[in-house]
Each structure stands twice: as structure tokens, then as C-alpha cells.
Write a protein that binds this ligand. Structure first.
Ligand code: DGP
Length: 122
């Protein structure tokens, strides 16, 4: 793995999503299980905008897919599916995005998936 903006060994446990997971700052929860937590994005970019994060400290998609167990990966993506259903966007469609690293525009360095929908997206 070359050119990652954040070295994978340097997970910053003060990032905002780590703080949400520890209950230090509030979130508007949508779904939670032992693998993942999902909640509404505080700066929504669509009528419905959720974030899904793994419970364990992974920096970005590469870190997650390379380090997490098959059980964690499966549990995480099932939680993404549950979030999509609870957000009410299953039927009419949605966009699933994960910004990763510097070129991907990732701002919060705890792996997350955005679910956007609730309206026709441009
Ligand atoms: P990204 O650029 O992919 O790292 O997106 C990070 C998202 O996190 C961005 O859409 C705004 C959202 N966000 C940042 N701070 C908070 C927060 O304190 N609470 C919630 N719910 N969302 C946040």
C-alpha cells in the first residue's frame, strides 16, 4: 500500500467517530450492533444522509478490508444493509460512498460509509 495520507499504524483515537463510539459526544443513532454503529450525518448532503462505522478502530477502507476478520466485514456490511432499510431509502434508491485517504477526500480518519438518498441525487 503506497501513498496513503495517514500511516495505518497511526489510528488517532481522538477522531470524532472514535469519540462518538465512546459516548463522549452525542449522535442521532439509526442502528447499532456488535459490529457497527450508524447515525445521521451532522452536515447532510442529501435529504437522507447516514454514516455507518465499524466498532473497531480502522482508519480507512484499505485498513478495514486488510485487517478486519471475515466475520467483522460481513457484520459491518449487514449493518449497512439494515441502515439502508431503516433510513427508508431501499425502494427508491440511494448512493453508497466511502471517501478514503487524501485523494478520496476523507476527513474523519475512522473508516465509514455514507448512505445518501431521500431525493434524486445529482
Ligand atoms: P468524510 O469526508 O468522508 O470523512 O466525511 C465525514 C463526515 O462526517 C462529513 O459528512 C460530516 C460528518 N461529521 C463530522 N463531524 C460529525 C459529528 O460530530 N457528528 C456527525 N453525526 N457527523 C459528523
Amino acid at each position: 500500500m503506497k501513498n496513503l495520507s495517514v500511516p495505518l499504524e497511526n489510528y488517532n483515537d481522538q477522531n470524532i467517530f472514535a469519540r462518538i463510539l465512546r459516548g463522549e459526544i452525542p449522535c442521532k443513532k439509526i442502528y447499532e450492533d456488535s459490529y457497527a454503529l450508524s447515525f445521521y450525518d451532522v452536515f447532510p448532503k442529501a435529504a437522507a444522509h447516514a454514516l455507518v462505522i465499524p466498532k473497531k478502530p480502522y482508519i480507512c477502507f484499505n485498513d478495514f478490508i486488510n485487517q478486519a476478520s471475515d466475520e467483522e466485514i460481513s457484520g459491518f456490511f449487514k449493518a449497512v444493509g439494515k441502515t439502508i432499510a431503516l433510513l427508508g431509502v431501499s425502494e427508491r434508491g440511494f448512493r453508497m460512498v466511502s471517501n478514503s485517504g487524501e485523494h478520496g477526500g476523507q476527513e474523519v480518519t475512522h473508516f465509514h460509509v455514507h448512505i445518501l438518498g431521500g431525493e434524486k441525487l445529482s
